[in-house]
Design a protein around this ligand. Sequence first.
Ligand code: AMP
Length: 215
Amino acid sequence: MINYLKQIFAKFFNFKSEQTMTKMNRIHIILFGPPGSGKGTQAKKLELKYGLVQISTGDLFRYEMGNDTPLGLKAKEYMSKGQLVPDEVTIGMLQNKVDSSPEAKGFIFDGFPRTINQAEALDKLLGDKNESVAKLIALEVEDDEIVTRLLERGKTSGRADDSNEEVIRNRIDIYKKETAPVYEFYAAANKSKRINGIGSIDDIFQRLSDELDSI
Ligand code: AMP
Protein backbone atom coordinates (compact mmCIF):
# COMPACT_ATOMS: atom_id res chain seq x y z
CA MET A 1 0.00 0.00 0.00
CA ILE A 2 2.78 2.43 0.94
CA ASN A 3 4.63 1.61 -2.28
CA TYR A 4 1.48 2.20 -4.24
CA LEU A 5 1.05 5.63 -2.63
CA LYS A 6 4.72 6.41 -3.33
CA GLN A 7 4.17 5.56 -6.98
CA ILE A 8 1.15 7.82 -7.17
CA PHE A 9 3.16 10.63 -5.58
CA ALA A 10 6.07 10.09 -7.94
CA LYS A 11 3.75 10.15 -10.91
CA PHE A 12 2.09 13.30 -9.70
CA PHE A 13 5.37 15.13 -9.08
CA ASN A 14 6.91 13.96 -12.36
CA PHE A 15 3.88 15.16 -14.17
CA LYS A 16 4.11 18.50 -12.41
CA SER A 17 7.78 18.93 -13.20
CA GLU A 18 7.24 17.98 -16.85
CA GLN A 19 4.59 20.66 -17.06
CA THR A 20 6.91 23.20 -15.48
CA MET A 21 9.70 22.19 -17.88
CA THR A 22 7.53 22.71 -20.94
CA LYS A 23 6.52 26.09 -19.66
CA MET A 24 10.03 27.11 -18.73
CA ASN A 25 11.16 26.19 -22.22
CA ARG A 26 8.77 28.52 -23.94
CA ILE A 27 10.69 31.28 -25.70
CA HIS A 28 9.06 34.65 -26.25
CA ILE A 29 10.60 37.20 -28.58
CA ILE A 30 9.66 40.79 -29.29
CA LEU A 31 10.34 41.73 -32.89
CA PHE A 32 10.80 45.46 -32.64
CA GLY A 33 11.30 48.34 -35.05
CA PRO A 34 9.50 51.17 -36.81
CA PRO A 35 6.58 50.55 -39.17
CA GLY A 36 7.91 49.18 -42.45
CA SER A 37 11.08 47.73 -40.91
CA GLY A 38 10.13 44.22 -42.07
CA LYS A 39 8.82 42.78 -38.79
CA GLY A 40 5.85 40.99 -40.36
CA THR A 41 7.88 39.42 -43.17
CA GLN A 42 10.58 38.21 -40.81
CA ALA A 43 8.13 37.03 -38.13
CA LYS A 44 6.53 34.67 -40.65
CA LYS A 45 9.91 33.18 -41.55
CA LEU A 46 10.85 32.82 -37.87
CA GLU A 47 7.54 31.07 -37.18
CA LEU A 48 8.41 28.41 -39.75
CA LYS A 49 12.00 27.93 -38.63
CA TYR A 50 11.50 27.92 -34.86
CA GLY A 51 7.89 26.75 -34.49
CA LEU A 52 6.93 29.90 -32.59
CA VAL A 53 3.58 31.64 -33.00
CA GLN A 54 3.49 35.18 -34.40
CA ILE A 55 1.13 37.59 -32.69
CA SER A 56 0.72 40.78 -34.73
CA THR A 57 -1.62 43.26 -33.04
CA GLY A 58 -1.88 45.15 -36.35
CA ASP A 59 -3.10 41.96 -38.10
CA LEU A 60 -5.54 41.27 -35.25
CA PHE A 61 -6.98 44.77 -35.57
CA ARG A 62 -7.24 44.45 -39.37
CA TYR A 63 -9.06 41.14 -38.95
CA GLU A 64 -11.57 42.78 -36.59
CA MET A 65 -11.95 45.72 -38.99
CA GLY A 66 -12.59 43.34 -41.89
CA ASN A 67 -15.41 41.79 -39.89
CA ASP A 68 -16.83 45.16 -38.81
CA THR A 69 -16.78 44.13 -35.16
CA PRO A 70 -17.12 46.81 -32.44
CA LEU A 71 -13.41 46.32 -31.67
CA GLY A 72 -12.56 46.74 -35.36
CA LEU A 73 -14.62 49.91 -35.67
CA LYS A 74 -12.95 51.36 -32.58
CA ALA A 75 -9.46 50.47 -33.88
CA LYS A 76 -10.19 51.99 -37.29
CA GLU A 77 -10.69 55.47 -35.75
CA TYR A 78 -7.06 55.44 -34.64
CA MET A 79 -5.39 53.36 -37.33
CA SER A 80 -6.66 55.52 -40.19
CA LYS A 81 -4.85 58.52 -38.64
CA GLY A 82 -1.69 56.59 -37.84
CA GLN A 83 -2.35 56.87 -34.09
CA LEU A 84 -2.02 54.12 -31.50
CA VAL A 85 -5.15 52.28 -30.45
CA PRO A 86 -5.65 52.92 -26.69
CA ASP A 87 -3.70 50.61 -24.40
CA GLU A 88 -6.68 49.11 -22.59
CA VAL A 89 -8.18 47.92 -25.90
CA THR A 90 -4.87 46.61 -27.25
CA ILE A 91 -3.74 44.89 -24.06
CA GLY A 92 -7.09 43.10 -23.61
CA MET A 93 -6.96 41.79 -27.18
CA LEU A 94 -3.35 40.65 -26.79
CA GLN A 95 -4.08 38.89 -23.52
CA ASN A 96 -6.96 36.96 -25.12
CA LYS A 97 -4.69 35.83 -27.92
CA VAL A 98 -1.92 34.68 -25.57
CA ASP A 99 -4.38 32.86 -23.30
CA SER A 100 -6.02 31.10 -26.24
CA SER A 101 -2.71 29.54 -27.39
CA PRO A 102 -1.41 27.66 -24.32
CA GLU A 103 0.09 24.96 -26.55
CA ALA A 104 2.35 27.42 -28.43
CA LYS A 105 6.09 26.77 -28.05
CA GLY A 106 6.51 30.51 -27.67
CA PHE A 107 5.45 33.78 -29.24
CA ILE A 108 6.93 36.31 -31.61
CA PHE A 109 5.33 39.59 -30.64
CA ASP A 110 5.14 41.75 -33.76
CA GLY A 111 3.99 45.34 -33.25
CA PHE A 112 3.50 44.85 -29.52
CA PRO A 113 4.41 46.29 -27.04
CA ARG A 114 4.29 49.82 -28.46
CA THR A 115 4.19 51.73 -25.15
CA ILE A 116 5.88 51.28 -21.78
CA ASN A 117 2.43 50.58 -20.33
CA GLN A 118 1.99 47.71 -22.81
CA ALA A 119 5.47 46.37 -21.97
CA GLU A 120 4.61 46.34 -18.27
CA ALA A 121 1.32 44.59 -19.01
CA LEU A 122 3.13 41.98 -21.14
CA ASP A 123 5.68 41.29 -18.40
CA LYS A 124 2.85 40.94 -15.90
CA LEU A 125 0.78 38.57 -18.01
CA LEU A 126 3.79 36.37 -18.81
CA GLY A 127 5.01 36.65 -15.21
CA ASP A 128 1.69 35.29 -13.99
CA LYS A 129 2.51 32.15 -16.02
CA ASN A 130 6.09 32.06 -14.66
CA GLU A 131 7.35 33.08 -18.07
CA SER A 132 9.13 36.13 -19.49
CA VAL A 133 10.35 37.85 -22.63
CA ALA A 134 13.65 36.23 -23.67
CA LYS A 135 14.82 38.97 -26.01
CA LEU A 136 13.76 42.11 -27.86
CA ILE A 137 15.35 42.36 -31.30
CA ALA A 138 15.11 45.75 -33.01
CA LEU A 139 15.37 46.11 -36.77
CA GLU A 140 17.06 49.42 -37.60
CA VAL A 141 15.91 51.27 -40.72
CA GLU A 142 16.14 55.03 -41.46
CA ASP A 143 13.06 57.23 -41.85
CA ASP A 144 13.34 57.94 -45.60
CA GLU A 145 13.73 54.24 -46.38
CA ILE A 146 10.62 53.52 -44.27
CA VAL A 147 8.54 56.11 -46.14
CA THR A 148 9.66 54.69 -49.51
CA ARG A 149 8.93 51.10 -48.42
CA LEU A 150 5.50 51.89 -46.97
CA LEU A 151 4.33 53.95 -49.95
CA GLU A 152 5.42 51.06 -52.18
CA ARG A 153 3.60 48.52 -49.96
CA GLY A 154 0.50 50.74 -49.99
CA LYS A 155 0.18 50.26 -53.77
CA THR A 156 -0.65 46.59 -53.28
CA SER A 157 -1.56 46.08 -49.59
CA GLY A 158 -4.75 48.12 -49.79
CA ARG A 159 -3.85 49.54 -46.37
CA ALA A 160 -5.09 53.13 -46.10
CA ASP A 161 -2.41 53.89 -43.48
CA ASP A 162 0.33 52.94 -46.01
CA SER A 163 -0.94 55.17 -48.81
CA ASN A 164 -0.64 58.65 -47.31
CA GLU A 165 2.78 60.16 -46.55
CA GLU A 166 1.40 62.38 -43.77
CA VAL A 167 -0.08 59.36 -41.97
CA ILE A 168 3.19 57.44 -42.43
CA ARG A 169 5.25 60.35 -40.98
CA ASN A 170 2.82 60.49 -38.05
CA ARG A 171 3.34 56.75 -37.42
CA ILE A 172 7.12 57.31 -37.43
CA ASP A 173 6.81 60.25 -34.98
CA ILE A 174 4.67 58.19 -32.62
CA TYR A 175 7.16 55.34 -32.88
CA LYS A 176 9.97 57.66 -31.78
CA LYS A 177 8.01 59.26 -28.93
CA GLU A 178 6.00 56.39 -27.50
CA THR A 179 7.46 53.14 -28.79
CA ALA A 180 11.25 53.66 -28.89
CA PRO A 181 11.40 53.86 -25.03
CA VAL A 182 10.28 50.19 -24.94
CA TYR A 183 13.77 49.34 -26.28
CA GLU A 184 15.32 50.96 -23.19
CA PHE A 185 12.80 49.26 -20.92
CA TYR A 186 14.09 45.82 -21.97
CA ALA A 187 17.70 47.08 -22.28
CA ALA A 188 17.56 47.73 -18.53
CA ALA A 189 17.09 43.96 -18.13
CA ASN A 190 19.87 43.29 -20.67
CA LYS A 191 17.40 41.86 -23.16
CA SER A 192 17.50 44.36 -26.03
CA LYS A 193 19.56 44.00 -29.20
CA ARG A 194 19.70 46.12 -32.36
CA ILE A 195 20.38 44.63 -35.75
CA ASN A 196 20.73 46.19 -39.20
CA GLY A 197 17.34 46.06 -40.92
CA ILE A 198 18.76 46.95 -44.35
CA GLY A 199 19.68 44.23 -46.83
CA SER A 200 18.05 41.24 -48.48
CA ILE A 201 15.24 39.42 -46.68
CA ASP A 202 17.52 36.39 -46.34
CA ASP A 203 20.44 38.40 -44.95
CA ILE A 204 18.22 40.01 -42.32
CA PHE A 205 16.69 36.63 -41.50
CA GLN A 206 20.21 35.25 -40.94
CA ARG A 207 20.98 38.10 -38.51
CA LEU A 208 17.74 37.39 -36.64
CA SER A 209 18.37 33.65 -36.56
CA ASP A 210 21.83 34.29 -35.06
CA GLU A 211 20.15 36.28 -32.28
CA LEU A 212 17.59 33.56 -31.59
CA ASP A 213 20.23 30.83 -31.66
CA SER A 214 22.24 32.69 -29.03
CA ILE A 215 19.39 32.72 -26.47
P1 AMP B 1 1.08 47.53 -37.78
O1 AMP B 1 0.40 46.54 -38.66
O2 AMP B 1 1.88 46.89 -36.68
O3 AMP B 1 1.90 48.55 -38.55
O4 AMP B 1 -0.08 48.35 -37.04
C1 AMP B 1 -1.00 49.13 -37.77
C2 AMP B 1 -1.75 50.06 -36.83
O5 AMP B 1 -2.48 49.28 -35.87
C3 AMP B 1 -0.89 50.99 -35.99
O6 AMP B 1 -0.52 52.17 -36.69
C4 AMP B 1 -1.82 51.28 -34.82
O7 AMP B 1 -2.84 52.20 -35.19
C5 AMP B 1 -2.49 49.93 -34.60
N1 AMP B 1 -1.70 49.09 -33.67
C6 AMP B 1 -1.06 47.92 -33.94
N2 AMP B 1 -0.44 47.44 -32.86
C7 AMP B 1 -0.69 48.33 -31.86
C8 AMP B 1 -0.29 48.41 -30.50
N3 AMP B 1 0.50 47.48 -29.93
N4 AMP B 1 -0.74 49.47 -29.78
C9 AMP B 1 -1.54 50.41 -30.31
N5 AMP B 1 -1.92 50.41 -31.59
C10 AMP B 1 -1.50 49.38 -32.37
